[in-house]
Design a protein around this ligand. Structure first.
Ligand code: HEM
Length: 536
């Protein structure tokens, strides 16, 4: 064989290798394109929904914020169960409580997973630390069991004195600094969790602990907003892009660092505080004592405490802010609330936790606030762990489902659903017009804003106790009136969007109802501050 023949053979084999590589690459690209093009089409017998585009499915139609409003609009066109495609991902919206009851409540063993969240579960909360994002399974079960021990009815009702004392402090702060009402309300919900979970105080909205909590919350809301990062869960290949094309990676790492500093810092402070004051108790202390039995390490305990701060702060505060908004727009409800508390307390004392049973109009007002402006309006998504059939539809394994509280609370069963009418909950347990005495209806939830099924909010009772004690004290102590300027109650324009909705600041006057009311608040506040001084 001549040199030229050898060289020719080598060149030939190089050429054939590059042809093989190119061919392989081409097949890969075609396979990839075909997979995403086919996977973005609606499966057979899937619930109805808007038409899809190749690759995108309905991704281009999916709103960046306040998705629940679009889901509501689609509900009118397609019915109360809507099927969407986000690229290859199946997403189903449930706009009627019946679907939520049939799927989340009755088939909880297969409808209790969460959608994959690479950014949350693999970066910000790696090590399976955040109960809200955790997939359904053993790791979630351990955390949920721990929470059930801490947040059962008996344990939660032992926190009522803290809630009462912090509510009085809030009334005092509003009395002495009425312009700061928005932040005083936000401080309240964080302070209750700081005291009950960590045994610590959050005296003002500007105190470092409260500020730090709201900062990490804002960061988390921003990064989890649709469109804020590359859609790495919908198109997993995007996870492999280099750092310079994935700025979300360093952002998520920074959020993780901030979370860890806050949660571990609070845990350290809490442990020191418990050492100084042996008579004091808090959730963190109980979790540490129970560590051997539960098997939870320090990291999981710190994060569970932090998760409760996150879960309980914005949610409760936003609902109280919506309540104040409603009081300015629907003064007849305020008048009735005031008549009820006045009849029980007169002017000598503010309503407290011992009056709960007698406050039926107040309770109806609380339910109406949760119905009218559900804070997790679109619901927190669940995921399906096996193929299922429901109502003639096929729901494939992995489908993500939203129980859209906004629409569930606005079906035709609710008369004038956009009006704020607490009376609807006095006339009917569920606030609806039809007769509901059947056994099936008894299993209906009064409010769907706390979710449903096995992932239902663990803090509902704690939240409701906070809501009712603050609402009762606010209407007892203050005239709640619009300030100068327009108050926009529209959820579209007057509310912040994101994972949770909250009213934007609006012009509000909170005027003490009399000098006697003001004095009572001052006196009760002194006693409350003394009670709260047990916390560091
Ligand atoms: C008005 C106040 C609140 C509202 C509207 C609310 C709403 C919700 C919703 C919608 C979910 C998701 C449920 C689901 O997936 O079906 C949830 C989960 C959760 N909530 Fe709340 N919540 C509130 C207050 C609280 C409070 C005060 C705490 C505790 C301090 C708390 C702790 C939790 C926890 C731990 C979860 C995660 C449950 C899990 O994934 O297993 N929440 N909440």
């Amino acid at each position: 064989m001549t040199l030229a023949t050898v060289a020719g053979n080598i060149i030939f084999s190089f050429r054939s290798i590059s042809w093989i590589t190119a061919g392989f690459f081409l097949v890969l690209v075609i396979g990839f394109i075909s997979y995403y093009a086919l996977a973005s089409r609606r499966p057979r017998n899937y619930p109805p929904g808007p038409p899809t585009l190749p690759f995108l499915g309905n991704l281009h139609l999916f709103p960046k914020t306040k998705g629940f409003l679009k889901f509501h609009e689609w509900g009118r066109k397609y019915g109360s169960i809507i099927g969407l495609k986000l690229g290859p991902q199946n997403v189903v919206i449930l706009n009627d409580y019946k679907h939520v009851q049939e799927l989340f409540d009755k088939k909880g063993s297969i409808y209790s997973d969460r959608p994959p969240s690479h950014i949350a579960n693999d970066v910000i909360y790696r090590n399976k630390t955040h109960i809200l994002f955790l997939p359904y399974g053993e790791d979630w079960r351990v955390l949920r069991k721990t929470l059930q021990g801490l947040l059962n009815v008996k344990a939660v009702d032992q926190l009522l004195p803290i809630q009462n004392a912090e509510a009085i402090r809030t009334m005092y702060q509003i009395l002495t600094d009425p312009d700061g009402w928005y932040d005083h309300i936000r401080r309240y919900s964080t302070a209750v969790i700081l005291a009950s979970v960590f045994g610590l105080q959050g005296e003002s909205f500007d105190s470092p602990r409260v500020k730090a909590l709201y900062h990490v919350q804002d960061q988390l809301t921003q990064i989890t907003e649709l469109g804020a990062t590359l859609p790495v869960d919908v198109f997993p290949f995007l996870k492999s892009l280099p750092n310079f094309l994935s700025p979300w990676r360093s952002w998520a790492s920074a959020i993780r660092k901030e979370h860890r500093e806050l949660w571990f810092g609070l845990m350290r402070e809490s442990k020191l505080s418990m050492q100084r004051n042996k008579n004091l108790d808090c959730f963190l202390n109980r979790m540490v004592k129970d560590q051997e039995k539960s098997g939870l390490d320090d990291e999981h305990i710190a994060y569970l405490g932090g998760t409760l701060m996150e879960a309980g702060s914005d949610t409760t505060a936003s609902t109280l802010l919506s309540f104040l908004l409603a009081m300015t727009k629907f003064p007849h409800a305020l008048k009735k609330c005031q008549e009820e508390v006045d009849a029980i307390c007169g002017v000598e004392r503010s309503p407290d936790i011992n009056d709960f049973e007698k406050l039926s109009y107040l309770r109806a007002t609380m339910n109406e606030t949760l119905r009218w402006r559900p804070v997790a309006a679109g619901g927190v998504p669940h995921a399906l762990t096996q193929d299922d059939y429901y109502d003639g539809y096929f729901l494939p394994k992995g489908t993500i489902l939203f129980a859209n509280a906004w629409s569930i609370h606005r079906t035709d069963e609710f008369l004038d659903a956009d009006e704020f009418r607490p009376e609807r909950f006095l006339n009917n347990k569920f606030g609806i017009t039809s007769n509901t005495t059947g056994a099936e209806d008894d299993k209906r939830r009064v409010i769907y804003g706390f979710g449903a099924g096995r992932r239902v909010c663990s803090g509902q009772r704690l939240a409701e106790n906070s809501l009712i004690v603050n609402m009762a004290k606010l209407v007892w102590a203050f005239e709640i009136k619009p300030g100068a300027g327009n108050i926009d109650e529209s959820v579209d324009t007057g509310y912040f969007g994101g994972f949770l909705i909250a009213p934007k600041r609006f012009p509000l006057q909170l005027i003490p109802r009399s000098a006697t009311h003001a004095n009572v608040i001052k006196e009760e506040c002194s006693a409350s501050l003394e009670y709260l001084s047990r916390f560091d």
